[in-house]
Ligand binder design. Structure first.
Ligand SMILES: [Zn+2]
Length: 416
């Protein structure tokens, strides 16, 4: 099994131009004493929106690693893959995020649920895990209900894992994700899920539950912070228990999806990791594409012109762009300025509207979220967009590195 280090952080590089700038952020963190493994993630959906192939992610990451002589582990994550989409990722990825959220709640055969419940007497007793706030008590009925809800999803994860294993052997990292669903999973549910995944003999190193609260794209967490901290901490205890008792890898840890820009969560996560010694994986993606737009705006000239065009087009097609992301954005359309108004903005004014500095009065989270889901527009411009990234490499890279280091890695991993 390829082992994922205790601390890892996912970065997305939609147009495959920022791997080096992203890696520079990890170097700064390493220089401050904390080595975190970069994981370049890109989902099938992102590839199809952009028209890219999975091999391009590894090529860009490997080139960055070689140029900067990064001496630590790094990975390429086939993000949110399913049986029908995994094949084209098999060669170039060494980290697979198996998404089975759609199978949650599919009715499982009663006999299988019964067999699981009777095979797991320990789950029917009060469970006092070291570090949790209150003892879990699952009645036989609620255990059967939870097992029934997740059993087929976990079996599907097993089938996808065996497909990957056949092609790649065991030397890969495996994550199972259940975050793209309506209801959060509670810590006792997570425990049952891990027991079910262990029965499938998946060498699971990261599990992405859906946490309570809203994880909107590119903006801060919306929800009850105390409740999140307790749930996260209980989930950490559940992972530790499951790796000891169900034979899952010792490196098993939580994966936080849509993790970019969740500024109010980072101190809570850091505190829990420090207290428990647990690890974490946190995924970001679109936050880097927004830094490209910010960099082009700051650059002025043709860069600013294209940034404004992208906004105008996105505003014109707001329904189309928002529809696939309806569950993970909250855009107040009355707060979106007209294209004519934005056309008059200076580069720094445009950049300030989208750069995620909530204390800046020019910051507009609605514009930011709209652009976050509109990366297809840049893809449509093809080389006009990517040539501008190359021409303005330095100013764009500075935004990318600063965003990943100052606003993400440092608050998550450095106590200062
Ligand atoms: Zn996800």
């Amino acid at each position: 099994m390829k082992s994922l280090p205790r601390l890892s952080f996912g970065v997305g590089d939609r147009f495959a131009h920022e791997a080096e700038a992203q890696l520079a952020a990890f170097e700064r963190l390493a220089a401050a004493g904390v080595v975190v493994a970069p994981v370049w993630n890109k989902s099938n959906r992102e590839h199809s929106f952009i028209g890219s192939e999975p091999a391009s992610v590894r090529a860009a990451a490997a080139a960055a690693v070689a140029r900067r002589k990064w001496p630590h582990p790094w990975f390429v994550d086939a993000d949110h893959i399913r049986l029908e989409t995994v094949d084209r990722f098999l060669e170039s990825s060494d980290f697979f995020t198996i998404d089975v959220a759609d199978a949650i709640g599919k009715p499982a055969p009663q006999a299988d649920v019964k067999a699981f419940v009777s095979g797991h007497a320990e789950l029917g007793k009060p469970i006092a895990l070291p570090g949790i706030t209150k003892v879990f008590r699952l009645s036989e009925d609620s255990l059967a209900r939870i097992a029934g809800k997740y059993l087929l999803a976990c079996r599907e994860a097993g089938a996808i894992w065996r497909h990957i294993q056949q092609a790649r052997g065991d030397d890969v990292v495996v994550e199972v994700s259940m975050d793209e669903t309506d209801e959060p999973q509670t810590p006792p549910e997570l425990l049952v899920i891990l027991a079910l995944l262990a029965e499938e003999r998946i060498p699971l190193q990261t599990i992405a539950p859906k946490f309570t609260g809203r994880f909107n794209k590119g903006v801060d967490y919306v929800g009850d912070l105390a409740q999140f901290e307790q749930e996260f901490s209980d989930d950490v205890a559940v992972c530790a228990f499951a790796s000891r008792h169900y034979g899952l890898p010792e490196s098993l840890k939580l994966s936080v999806h849509s993790g970019s820009d969740k500024f109010s969560l980072y101190p809570l996560i850091r505190r829990t990791l420090a207290r428990t010694g647990a690890g974490v994986h946190l995924k970001t993606a679109g936050t880097t594409w927004l830094e490209e737009v910010i960099g082009l705006a700051e650059a002025g000239g043709d860069g600013l012109t294209l940034a404004k065009e992208i906004y105008a087009y996105a505003l014109d097609h707001v329904d189309d762009f928002c529809a696939p992301y309806a569950a993970v954005i909250d855009i107040d359309r009355t707060a979106l300025p007209a294209a004519a108004e934005v056309a008059a903005w200076s580069g720094p004014r445009f950049a300030a509207a989208i750069r995620h500095v909530p204390t800046n009065t020019a910051f507009n989270p609605h514009v930011r979220q709209l652009l976050h889901v509109s990366f297809k527009v840049a893809a449509k411009h093809g080389s006009r967009y990517t040539d501008l990234l190359v021409a303005n490499r330095e100013i764009v890279a500075r935004q990318v590195t600063e965003n990943i280091f100052e606003r993400h890695l440092a608050p998550l991993f450095l106590s200062r």
